[in-house]
Design a protein. Sequence first.
Length: 197
Amino acid sequence: MGIALKDVDVRRAAYARLLHHATRCPDTLVVDELGIDHGACRIDIAVINGHIRGLEIKAEADTLTRLPHQVAAYGDVVDKASLIVARRHLDAALPMIPDWWGVILANRGAGGGVIFGRVREERVNRHPNPVTLSRLLWRPEVQQLLRELGHTERVLRAPREVLYHELAAAMPRRDLARRIREILKHREAWRDRPRPS
């Protein structure tokens, strides 16, 4: 039996091969462990450019216990998603994910490296949740957007959750998603990744 396929192996290979172009594109942000819905769930690897794409990794040592919760959380936020899955989990995982998710099989190659095989292409998620999407923003970012939309300073002092609902109601979903992507891509300090040294 070969060496078990670990999360770190899959993640490193994903960056080298699946995300090679994205990591070099100046208009694309790639973030490990992006917290969604105030940290209720994390996207293993998020790719933010003209859309938000989430990659969920299930290596051999992982279980699928949390996958249904993760699928629901991703569905509120991402435009596209793919499950990168070890062969031992493939059959059990497929019924747990919606048909808009892509599926990528991760295997250990003969030389010890990770080999990827596309099982199913990604499609577009038609039902992101505007409020959950708004929660990707920090309070000052939401306040600034609402300020630009003409909301009063009194409204801007409301509790954070009220501000998220105000923002979700104030813009068409497509415009909201575009502005959120722009803010995330230009955010200089991330809690979800180390600061550049």
